[in-house]
Design a protein around this ligand. Sequence first.
Ligand code: BF8
Length: 643
Amino acid sequence: MNQKSVDPATLEMLQIAQNGKLETIWDRWDAQQPQCGFGQLGVCCKICNMGPCRIDPFGGEPRRGACGADADTIVARNLVRMVAGGAAAHSDHGRDVVHALLLAAEDKGGYVIKDPIKLRRVAAEFGIALDGHSDTEIAKALAERALEMFGQQEGELRFLSRAPAKRQELWRKHEISPRGIDREIVEIMHRTTMGVDTDYRHILMQGLRASLADGWGGSMLATDLQDVLFHSPQPLRAAVNLGVLKKDAINIVVHGHEPVLSEMIVAASRDPELLRMAEAHGAKGINIAGICCTANEILMRHGIPVAGNFLQQELAVITGAVDLMVVDVQCIMPALSSLTGCFHTKLVTTSTKNKMPGVEHIQFEEARALELAKEIVARAVESYTRRDPRKVNIPDSRSGLIAGFTSDSVFRFLGGRYRGTYRPLNDAVIDGRLRGAVGIVGCNNPNIVHDWAHIALTRELLKNDVLVVSTGCAAIADAKCGLLRPEAAFESAGPGLREICEAVGIPPVLHLGSCVDNSRILTTLVEIVGEGGLGEDFSQLPVAGSAPEWMSEKAIAIGFYFVASGVLTHFGTPHPVLGSPAVHKFLTDDVEELTGGKFFFELDPVKAAAQIIDHLDKKRAELKLAPPMYTAKKTFQGVTEGA
Ligand code: BF8
């Protein structure tokens, strides 16, 4: 592949890396070619020590592993183990947030409850008594109830009751209502170990159940309790791309996922004593910038600039301007440890779950959160004194954006102060000003030109009057090319979407946060159905989901819970299932009979947009809605088809 990215800052830094003979993820990915075909097709089984076994994907021999497992069983097992990995990552993040809430209730670690209204709203859902009780008493009771959701053995997760009654009934009918978060993940591991479940459909149904435990459990808890602790986001302005790093300031990059750490780093960076120390070393302040979902968390609540998305983490170091990179968990490339060795950059791990050989570990303890955050910031100040100005190359690339939308705020925002409901949004869909809405989420992957698929898909949908909501690295991609500015409505949206964006002053792409905040997409769907006029279940809505450049197991878990919630879901490259036509058919066809949602795989973002729009139009017709007001005929690449 020749072109590596559509982002000019990334291309500039890749040239600098090449000149300096610095290896990046693209070099290592090239060195892996050709990648293992058995792995890509999902037909390699290494679950027990009789293997690894592999199946001939062309129907020849061997057709079965040593134990007798066929391609269908092997592919389904491998896939749901990916769901388990993704659901575990999101949910363990959620668990850490619950612990932080417990500490806030006990007045430890510097955490305080910043959104008492949301605290009371969520606590009421758990049936916790509110009257006459202090915020800390309620927070303690809520944290205890939330912790129970992880180890719950029977019944259903509390947040499932947010879904429409029809959806809940459907989950019960197919026995995929999750009982407890940890239980469903463990059950995947049990069912897929040697000699247990061999029925691929039965295995995949457990994948759906565990994914619901993520979306409507661990991720939803993470989002809601982060809002309680760190306050619910509100729309705010910020900047994005490597150009947010500053030549004359101390640059700290926070990378990973959990705001329990990054919130404290932000607080510590404003400490007067540390600021004086920075100044004494000749620095003009302490500049915090984020990478990956940690970036999204502190962007959403503080407007902290975003240095880049997943594929830019090494490039941030290669600017030579990062004095310290602090990481917690998930999406952190192991290569950072050797790369930071080529610069003055200090790399610090902090989580009990993540250590890197040769990298200093400062154990983050929530009970001493602020104190440890100050220690980390002080290390950055020290590191700045070792910065070599000759190695500094910061690309002059940064875009403005608006972030900070939530299912609570944005659509009520659409209704204005006196009409704070989802009615205007639903009416816009009903009268055809808006064709529908699509959530574009997920990662970058060197197997696709960096950011290209996110941006191309988003642009096609906007042109066709489809509102886009976005999270994770997808939102960062769209932000870098200016799609998260209100002006993008003039430049990129169809006439109906433009009218709405202009009336309210919002961008046509709404940033809903990090990957755990995909739960905000679910609660948005709840609100839309609840508002009325667009059917009684998610599967009736003109909506879809997409992960055009996915790479992580977490993306598979998210895709599964979208599909289990009745949503058509696009992935750019297929899941590793093509070695089993039966599993592929289940995911892209049969599952629709069960949940109303299904997957489709399409690398070309323009073709994917066409398929998504066909789906939105089909749903509109089923609801007997008028055709789209302005873009009844689909518009692609500036050409109106059939016009
Ligand atoms: O959880 S989008 S590359 S950063 S996995 Fe990772 Fe993918 Fe980015 Fe956030 Ni989500």
